[in-house]
Design a protein. Structure first.
Length: 148
């Protein structure tokens, strides 16, 4: 089946393979989870859609029988420098910081390697400093369970 969409959520939940086209040219192609990480593909996304595809079966979601992937937006991922306790969030994923790069004066994008794959989290520069986030340090990524 071929699906053409501008919705990253639809693409993540339906696609096994991604072909991203800009101005009539293919700029990214391949297995969805990998091709959607490509910088050329990410450049197509609106800032609020920056994120990563995570297999739905690897997250506790509102729909336990969900197939495909969930597009986990960077704004939906909180970070902790130590294991969090007593949270309502069901998805607490231990990982390691891969990179930290400033997007603007107000935000920093943190890439985290976790057992479910690479995640992105958008936080403030102040939070990045307070948590002492640098490549290689341990971190806990937290995502709410109501991901649909």
């Amino acid at each position: 089946m071929l699906v053409v969409t501008h919705s990253i959520d639809d693409a993540a939940s339906l696609a096994d393979h991604l072909v991203a086209i800009q101005a009539g040219r293919v700029i990214a192609a391949g297995r969805f989870a990998l091709a959607s990480r490509d910088a050329a593909f990410q450049s197509l996304l609106d800032e609020r859609d920056t994120g990563a595809a995570i297999p739905a079966q690897q997250l506790q979601t509102a729909s336990p029988d969900r197939r495909g992937a969930i597009w986990l937006r960077a704004d939906q991922v909180l970070l902790a420098a130590e294991p969090p306790r007593a949270l309502s969030a069901r998805n607490v994923l231990e990982g390691q910081v891969v990179s930290v790069w400033p997007e603007s004066d107000q935000s920093v994008l943190v890439e985290v390697a976790a057992p479910v794959g690479r995640l992105l989290s958008r936080i403030t520069p102040q939070a990045a400093r307070e948590l002492q986030l640098v490549p290689g340090c341990p971190v806990w990524a937290i995502a709410k369970a109501q991901l649909l």
